[in-house]
Design a protein around this ligand. Sequence first.
Ligand code: IPE
Ligand code: IPE
Ligand code: MG
Length: 263
Amino acid sequence: MVNTLPADTTMGFLERIDRSRLPAHVAIIMDGNGRWATARGLPRTEGHRKGRDSVNDVVRAARELGLAYLTLYAFSSQNWQREQSEVSALMNLLHEYLETERATIMDNAIRLASIGDVERLPPHVYDRLRVLERDSAANTGMTLTLALSYGGREEIVRAAQAAVRTAGAGGGGAGAIDEQAIASNLYTAGMPDPDLVIRTGGEIRLSNFLLWQASYAELCFTETLWPDFSRNDFYEAIVEFQRRRRRFGMTDEQIDELGKSRA
Ligand code: IPE
Ligand code: IPE
Ligand code: MG
């Protein structure tokens, strides 16, 4: 394998990124806000507030790099089980985010999208989300997807139900349900699968995130808590991604052949 990384380790992570081999889709599990706050004697919600700066930093970095898709896991189906006070603080932060970042999103041609059972969100959040999704729908710079009230299993169940309905209604029966029939009924229909999934906060698990879509994603875990995660950490994860050899079940030799035939 050709190592495309320059040997000079004094180079910053940004300079080490090969712009011709960027991941099309990066997804991030933004974890560690509560611990960041607790370690400072602050309420957990202060960690969520500080985490918003990391969101802004990473969204700008991704846009500047020219990524096509960035997906952020902001609130899981299971997070509804948290204390009511934490859930409402998160919802208020989300509401604020959709207001304050509107100009940046529009000025940078970002298309805002969401995945998850967003109808469960309180109306003040849901309405703003739908407005910004609608207003930014024609933007072509980068698709920023927020996973809100999102669960991978819930999404797969929902997609399977839809596929069964189609298959039953003159769609060829159960045998007609293939991967495409499921994928096209996921919230992410039309989006490429994530190439890279990053999780901050030290836990080595997926916590119900993009279970179907991440089947061949490269996974990158960091101890850094989300509020401490900077654009440089983001660049570092992309450099790490570019170091990996993706085989998709094939051999190195087959991958080399494929590369040659595509060149
Ligand atoms: C991630 O941070 C944000 C959400 C899940 C909403 P946490 O709130 O899970 O922070 P920790 O993991 O408890 O530190
Ligand atoms: C995953 O973090 C969900 C989000 C980052 C939104 P959690 O903090 O909810 O995950 P667990 O509970 O540690 O698995
Ligand atoms: Mg957590």
